[in-house]
Design a protein around this ligand. Sequence first.
Ligand code: HEM
Length: 167
Amino acid sequence: MRRGQVVLVVALAALAAAALFFLLPDTAYPWIRALHIIAVIAWMAGLLYLPRLFVYHAEAGVGTPQAETFKVMERRLLRYIMEPASAVVWIAGLWLAWRVFGFMGGWLHAKLVLVVLLTGLHGYLSAAARRFADDRNEKPARHWRVVNEIPTLLMVGIVILAVVKPF
Ligand code: HEM
């Protein structure tokens, strides 16, 4: 496919998505919710796996072949899985919050607080990956083992708020 054709296909897909988003909210709702959940699964996989990689990376000596392999794995996980997935989670989640709930509900506000914390954790891990890439990590493996538990705790709270809507 030539570049012009790719641009045309992407533009048509964007137009169709925009039509679904703004003109057909009833049809779009289950699809956007499905998209939201799919992206959540991909984002969470990365948020759980990246600190686990940091545990092994912190234990490998600087400049070893293992450490260089971990750098590639961490960069690719962030760039190709976590960054696109987090963008889709946010766009689809904000659409649902706006079109379906009008940004109302205690559960939604509490969920947003936890999701902002989860996004902050993403930023922290992203900065840590840059430090690992430059051989500047100073945190021990034990630190990354503890950090590894945070996304699990936040995810449990977020899913209970989204599904049970206790308040
Ligand atoms: C980024 C900001 C986010 C916003 C604004 C948002 C908002 C929403 C909204 C409004 C719904 C629809 C609830 C319904 O239709 O009953 C929803 C569904 C859901 N969200 Fe999110 N969400 C976000 C991020 C997340 C994250 C990070 C997770 C998990 C870690 C998550 C997990 C879920 C689940 C499991 C559902 C399905 C609930 C159901 O269908 O019963 N969301 N979200």
